[in-house]
Design a protein around this ligand. Structure first.
Ligand SMILES: [Zn+2]
Length: 189
């Protein structure tokens, strides 16, 4: 790290700490701070008490268009777009602030935490690379995440047209969002 400023380093650690507390995976920390991987791993262990999960992020864009994830992802991206437009924040700061508002919203409404911070970050990247887009539902006028390649001039969202299989929440996803489940506990400090 070339940056010698203590203040700059303190800010980096503060940012990384906040991201870890919100459930971010190591890849998110590496992409958004200038701290070395080694230091990030140490920081992660100090905060969580376990090593960060190993391996690549398994996230594909299809997850964001399945029913329940789509409702949560769309909620998040509406908050995010609002923040970018009116609160004049961007990048990881916009993601953190929007994610906190998303958490507040689901806590108030007693909904499960379907969207992890890592997924929220991945979602923004999919939108920036135009793999995913936002389409307006013709029935409720809400904005929802869709595949960019799909024709959505007549998009009807998952809330206006609830599929019959919607009630069956996949257990795998519920475990995934806990974020601690795949940790390498053997090497925990
Ligand atoms: Zn709708």
């Amino acid at each position: 790290m070339k940056e010698k400023s203590l203040l700059s380093e303190a800010r980096q650690i503060q940012l990384a700490t906040e991201l870890v507390k919100l459930g971010a995976r190591l890849q998110v920390l590496e992409a958004n701070t200038k701290l070395s991987r080694e230091r990030l791993v140490r920081l992660y262990k100090e905060i969580k008490g376990v090593s960060p999960p190993k391996g690549m992020l398994p996230y594909s864009e299809d997850w964001f268009t399945s029913w329940q994830p789509n409702v949560h992802s769309s909620l998040f991206i509406n908050i995010y777009n609002y923040m970018v437009k009116y609160a004049h924040v961007q990048g990881i700061d916009a993601i953190i602030r929007s994610y906190k508002l998303y958490l507040e919203h689901i806590e108030i409404n007693q909904l499960p935490r379907v969207l992890s911070l890592t997924r929220a970050w991945t979602l923004v990247r999919f939108l920036e690379s135009k793999v995913l887009s936002v389409a307006t539902c013709v029935e409720c006028n809400g904005n929802f995440i869709v595949h960019s390649l799909e024709i959505h001039s007549h998009h009807v969202c998952g809330l206006c047209h609830v599929p019959s299989r919607a009630g069956k929440t996949k257990k795998v996803e519920a475990v995934e969002t806990v974020d601690m489940g795949h940790g390498d506990h053997e090497h925990a400090a």
